[in-house]
Design a protein. Structure first.
Length: 384
């Protein structure tokens, strides 16, 4: 049997195992992955991490290493929630596709069809030409608001401020476009703020309510919650070590209160989660099981991007070619946290890896590279 054919059958082999054998494999995977993460902890001195794999039969293997709080020496655990940053865009793109499935949204429609009546809309770059699909694929040419001069200073000056989407967009109004619609690629959280506004308009519901009703609750993802206030239940301490977030203290949470209101992230990210919930979400989303209706072909229709020769971006998803075959997923960074999640379709295995630091280089490799190593270990065990 050729190696590639054997890989394709690993998921089926796992599902045919007797319960006792499957449990033994899950325990071996847990042991090997835990050892790997603690070795990384000793070598790279990151604060802590939480990870999870969902195996082909749906079994969840949760592993973790390091500290949820360095100063108190509380070790990380599977119940700890961490901010997932831009991974929140996966809920946005799923919600948009759900609205397509019920004939309430057209991805190739002009954004002006939905938001053109707003008084600020004409001041947006490429306002008359950009489509919803171009927003979701980061091909709109609309600049990114979050790193505009003064934005984080405003967050710190009014730490309890609840940002309206229009107030975020104000940072980019009257800016020149980065490129013509569809003529380039530039990652921009602003795109997903606009998609969120469209979702709320056509659904008649608040975005978080729509996601909860149609995506999270049906799959029992109770440990995935909006990061819409300074108090987020079970949120693990985050450590700020990135120069991208000036003026922040190293410890981003004190007495259960975030240093400023992370609510501004909204549809650019906007969620806290456990690694187990995040891996389970990747498992259902990229298997086409998030809701009834075919959405994967649309979501996975990607274009080449500046993230390496083997990387494309679809609609809210990075599409990477790896040594283990295709990887469908997303990365995220938020003040004090960094995370990745994804699914390896050739193996039927989903993975999530979350760190309580925003230093994305701390592991000495891309975060999805470390997550891939966890999956490689699982593949080796399953394939014995």
């Amino acid at each position: 049997m050729q190696a590639s054919t054997r890989i394709l059958h690993l998921g089926a082999l796992f599902c045919l195992l007797a319960p006792a054998a499957a449990q033994a494999q899950a325990e071996e995977i847990e042991e090997r992955c835990t050892e790997y993460l603690w070795e990384l902890f000793e070598a790279r001195e990151y604060p802590g991490c939480s990870a999870a794999l969902v195996l082909p039969d749906g079994e969840v293997v949760a592993v973790y290493a390091g500290y949820a709080d360095i100063e108190s020496e509380r070790e990380m655990g599977s119940a700890d929630r961490l901010l997932s940053g831009s991974i929140g865009k996966t809920y946005v793109t799923a919600a948009a596709h759900h609205l397509v499935s019920v004939d309430k949204l057209e991805l190739d429609a002009k954004v002006s069809k939905y938001l053109g009546g707003s008084e600020w809309y004409a001041r947006l770059a490429n306002a008359e030409a950009v489509t919803v699909r171009q927003l979701m694929r980061h091909q709109s040419g609309i600049p990114r608001y979050v790193f505009k001069p003064g934005f984080f200073a405003a967050c710190l000056a009014e730490r309890d401020r609840v940002w309206k989407p229009e107030e975020l967009l104000a940072y980019v109004l009257d800016d020149e476009p980065l490129h013509a619609p569809g003529a380039g690629w530039a990652y921009s959280d602003t795109n997903y703020i606009l998609v969120g506004m469209i979702i709320e308009k056509v659904s008649g519901q608040a975005f978080y309510d729509y996601v909860q009703e149609h995506l999270l609750k049906p799959h029992g993802l109770a440990d995935t919650v909006p990061s819409d206030s300074r108090r987020i239940e079970k949120l693990t301490q985050g450590y700020v070590r990135s120069a991208a977030f000036p003026g922040m203290p190293e410890r981003i949470v004190e007495d259960g209160v975030f240093h400023f209101n992370p609510q501004f992230e909204w549809c650019g990210g906007g969620y806290a989660s456990t690694a187990s919930d995040l891996a389970r979400w990747a498992h259902v989303l990229y298997r086409g099981e998030a809701f009834e209706g075919g959405y994967l072909e649309s979501m996975l229709d990607g274009i080449p991007v500046r993230q390496g020769a083997s990387t494309r971006y679809g609609l809210g998803v990075f599409l990477r070619e790896t040594e283990l075959g295709p990887l469908h997923g997303h990365d995220g960074v938020m003040t004090g946290y960094t995370a990745t999640m994804g699914y390896f379709p050739e193996h039927g295995i989903a993975v999530a890896l979350m760190l309580n630091t925003d230093d994305a280089a701390v592991l000495g490799m891309p975060l999805h590279g470390a997550a891939q190593e966890l999956v490689r270990m699982a593949v080796e065990v399953v394939g014995k």
